[in-house]
Write a protein that binds this ligand. Sequence first.
Ligand code: GUN
Ligand code: ZN
Length: 441
Amino acid sequence: MNDVLIRGRVLTFVAEPNGIDDTSSCHYVEDGAVLVREGKIAAVGSYGEVSKAAGAGHSVADHRPNLVLPGFIDTHLHFPQTQAIASYGAQLLEWLNTYIFVEEQKFARTAHAAEVADRFMDELLSNGTTTAVAYCSVHSQSVDAYFAAAEARGMCVIGGKVMMDRNAPEQLRDTPQRSYDETKRLIAKWHGRGRARYAISPRFAITSSPEQLEMSRALVAEHPDCYVQTHLSENRDEIAFATSLYPRAKDYTDIYARYGLLNDRTFLGHCIHMSDREVGALAETGAVAVFCPTSNLFLGSGLFDAARFDKLGARWSVATDVGAGTSFSMLETMDEAYKVLHLQGQRLTPLNSFYRMTRGNALALGLERSIGSLEAGSDADIVILDARAKSAMEYRMHTATSLAEELFILQTMGDDRCIDEVYVSGKPMKTKVRRKSALAS
Ligand code: GUN
Ligand code: ZN
């Protein structure tokens, strides 16, 4: 047995925090440890207790005084946009046409897709993200590259081939039949292979014809255990265009409802400009709205109204949305989430932010039994957070007096430098990524 004891200040959530100091929502152990055995968490608790449960000859990874949390989960981003972050000066539709639909054409080349997929996974890991839900490009080979790069690292990821058959350059268009056939083949190849899961991915109503949404409906009906991902109500011009293409739909949300695409495994990026009826339709079906704050500010799309989703009983998760999102870091993402909600008179507490990045996103995915928490039986996907990684943070920490304050400093001032280590199925990965980039330079 190669047991590893990960020692540090252990923090994991058991419920959604209700208020700034709701410590009943989490388990926090000051001198804590997580025992990793064969890629899974075998025990968690105080160092004294857990070290007794460890087998003879176990090793100790001593991360004191850093925090030990479940790895972060990013529920919406685009792997082919890794090299298109920071594309200047446009709102959604112009940004897609000017930059993104040019960039994504490069993924017809298998070697390019493989190179970017490797960098993408390393970037996620450097930022403490151990699970991602990503769009690939229209090309099947980009999906193979994405899942292969995750598999090589042992990561639990979800993704899928974008389906798009109109309002895009010819090189990026498939057809309803081709998108159906290729998606089917990719599901057979990847869904449930190791830790991989498939997301059926019609890009959005603007780039899918009614015939393609009909094919999406068939795929969802034939594969009810796959996820579904698309975009909804990000930008006012987008809404006007989408609803003009589907004049019989009551509103944008109703387009997806009519094609049977809303269920409790559906992830809808953005959901900014929505009526109460539309939010109610998400609540009824269990579909998840995905809040992408850095993207929404970068593209000037608008402010996600989390309080309304809570009030109407609709689910929401958090995500980076790279490459409209400007950072791979979930810490930086929650910094912007705090500000977006603050601007609307809403509060996102530090405990709630860290809950959202971990257990909250795992629950949204229905994967809370395997990721998002540090509990016996969970997969050992773990992040080590150092709130003193930058000199300004170290200095600020002199005046911090509580765990909530430390978490808020981490999300407000932190970035990839605060990720001291990240474990995937119990294996330390950040050290590996660092070594690789040192060799390359
Ligand atoms: N809507 C349709 N495609 C995209 C995309 O790639 N990024 C964002 N932010 N919105 C979209
Ligand atoms: Zn997106």
